[in-house]
Design a protein around this ligand. Structure first.
Ligand SMILES: Cc1ncc(COP(=O)(O)O)c(C=O)c1O
Length: 362
């Protein structure tokens, strides 16, 4: 007897390996491996979550009406053009499943977020990588790889794990150069951290055309990674497609309640951004001061390159782990000599630098 087998390609998928959360011998390690918020969730979100507990025998609002209204209000967007999901991961997977299949190509950048190739393979489509230039999205390289089979193009802006971004004008140039049959997905998971004048999260493109989507998340500045909550802003045709393929109750009631409360707590998000504005440049400067290379990041994390040999990224990872600090190894992103470090609290940032100073000491 043979067991049922999945579609061709499914067993070629290497399952996503999340950032580690434990370090041997350390009961309370410093977890800097998943770009979680340094300040934790808003007390208002926690209170809304606790209140929702009494009603968990009820199905959630499958349309996420109140949550979409709150998102629309906060970001100045039409709620009818928003779909919510169990994390933006779910939106990425749904878009890929709906728009690509066997024989189709899904395009993304060399060090792009790992969910893009995973979603492509799960849909039976072919992942295609375009080289980056200086760890940054290269629009010309993406356009050179786009062709008749390209059904989707994912660009994380800013990108994880590099932390770099391209300006709105470059996003526009990408959209204008892509074939009309290619859906451009601008993944703006870290948009709330970015304060550059020339930055674009893709919303303007979405508003003006019918071939571009912007995805966002509550897992980063809104600090609700454990709730699984994300959303997208999309043209009506894509909204219609997503509402057909998503599960009818894909976002839990406590997640909807916590999300609304997190959006309302403007002061808390401001504090998180202000914290990042201090400690992102601080950590970048300190790492460079140690002789390590780190690109300018606009997210809540820094990608750092180690020189190799006895000072390899793997050795640094092991050294940090002995000190109870967990960074993210990024070899799966084609960055074997780098580690990604999330911006944590002041004490956590100082602990990282102290540990790396000892690691690099002659
Ligand atoms: C670029 C990017 N997109 C999407 C996500 C997924 O976020 P979530 O599924 O938690 O909304 C992440 C998470 O790290 C990310 O870095």
């Amino acid at each position: 007897m043979t067991a049922p087998i999945p579609r061709p390609g499914i067993l070629d998928i290497a399952p996503y390996v999340p950032g580690k959360s434990s370090a041997e011998g350390h009961a309370k390690p410093i977890k800097l491996s998943s770009n979680e918020s340094a300040l934790g969730p808003s007390p208002r979100a926690l209170a809304a979550y606790a209140k929702a507990a009494a009603e968990i025998h009820r199905y959630p609002d499958g349309a996420c009406e109140a949550l979409r209204a709150a998102i629309g209000k906060r970001f100045g967007l039409d709620p009818a053009r928003i779909v919510c999901g169990a994390g933006s991961d779910e939106i990425i997977a749904l878009l890929t499943k709906a728009y690509a299949g066997p024989g189709d190509e899904v395009l993304f950048t060399e060090h792009g977020f790992l969910m893009y190739p995973l979603a492509a393979l799960a849909a039976g489509a072919t992942p295609v990588k375009a080289p980056e230039r200086g760890l940054r999205t290269d629009v010309d390289a993406l356009l050179a790889k786009a062709g008749p089979k390209t059904r989707l193009c994912f660009v994380a802006n800013p990108n994880n794990p590099t932390g770099t971004y391209i300006p709105a004008s470059e996003l526009q140039r990408l959209r204008d150069g892509l074939p009309a049959h290619t859906l451009l997905v601008v993944d703006a998971a870290y948009a709330e951290y970015v304060s550059r004048n020339d930055y674009g999260d893709g919303a303007e493109l979405v508003g003006a055309r019918d071939d571009t989507v912007m995805t966002r998340t509550f897992s980063k500045i809104f600090a609700l990674g454990g709730m699984r909550l994300g959303w997208c802003y999309a043209p009506p045709g894509v909204i219609d497609v997503l509402n057909r393929v998503r599960g009818p109750f894909n976002v839990s009631a406590p997640a909807q309640a916590a999300g609304i409360a997190a959006l309302e707590d403007l002061a808390f998000a401001d504090r998180s951004r202000a914290h990042n504005d201090i400690w992102l440049p601080w950590l970048t400067r300190e790492l460079r001061g140690l002789g390590l290379e780190a690109p300018d990041s606009v997210g809540n994390f820094v990608l750092v390159r180690f020189p190799g040999g006895e000072h390899s990224a793997a050795a640094a990872n092991a050294h940090l782990a002995r000190d109870g600090i967990i960074p993210r190894a990024v070899a799966a992103y084609g960055l074997a000599e780098h580690l990604r470090i999330t911006i944590g609290t002041e004490d956590e940032m100082r602990a990282v630098v102290t540990s790396l100073k000892r690691f690099l000491a002659p």
